[in-house]
Design a protein around this ligand. Structure first.
Ligand code: GTP
Ligand code: MG
Length: 148
């Protein structure tokens, strides 16, 4: 099944937004496949954002991600990667629509509260990077009420 790696960044944890964010994915109907509060080692943050290593903001971005605990999650379900990106909103919160997570909760691109994988391939890659211990396999009793 398709999975997305979703992460509440340090600003979202400090601001008490974790519950609201988890609740949005739960209520949408996606299945939680992993969850933890985590102080990110610098090498993991660097690996996660390695495609942006040449950008001028890369160092600030890595410093931001390691500046406090994050909440790491994997969510599973049909179309979860693209749908999570819609729920999260545009990278720059001033361009994010109201109703999206960034649109509702953020102002600056360097404090944009949440990460979501940008492709199913990166969903798999990032889930493996952040959950080296593996995901949780479980059956959701409400599944017949979510899937036709
Ligand atoms: P993620 O879900 O975090 O990957 O964000 P994204 O996919 O919407 O954007 P992208 O992968 O292009 O950039 C990763 C992160 O780098 C963004 O979420 C921002 O926190 C940060 N970032 C991107 N562009 C800028 C920028 O121009 N300035 C600064 N300071 N940070 C940026
Ligand atoms: Mg990205």
């Amino acid at each position: 099944a398709e999975i997305s790696y979703i992460m509440v960044k340090p600003d979202g944890v400090q601001r008490g937004l974790v519950g609201d964010i988890i609740s949005r994915f739960e209520r949408k109907g996606y299945k939680m496949a992993a969850l933890k509060l985590y102080q990110t080692p610098r090498d993991v943050a660097e690996e996660h954002y390695k495609d942006l290593a040449s950008k001028p903001f890369y160092k600030d971005l890595v410093n931001y991600i390691v500046s406090g605990p994050v909440v790491c999650m994997v969510w599973e379900g049909k179309g979860v990667v693209a749908t999570a990106r819609k729920m999260i909103g545009a990278t720059n919160p001033l361009a994010s629509e109201p109703g999206t997570i960034r649109g509702d909760f953020a102002i600056e691109v360097g404090r944009n509260v949440i990460h979501g994988s940008d492709s199913p391939e990166n969903g798999e890659r990032e889930a493996g990077l952040w959950f080296k211990e593996g995901l949780v396999s479980w059956s959701q009793t409400m599944e017949p009420w979510l899937k036709e």
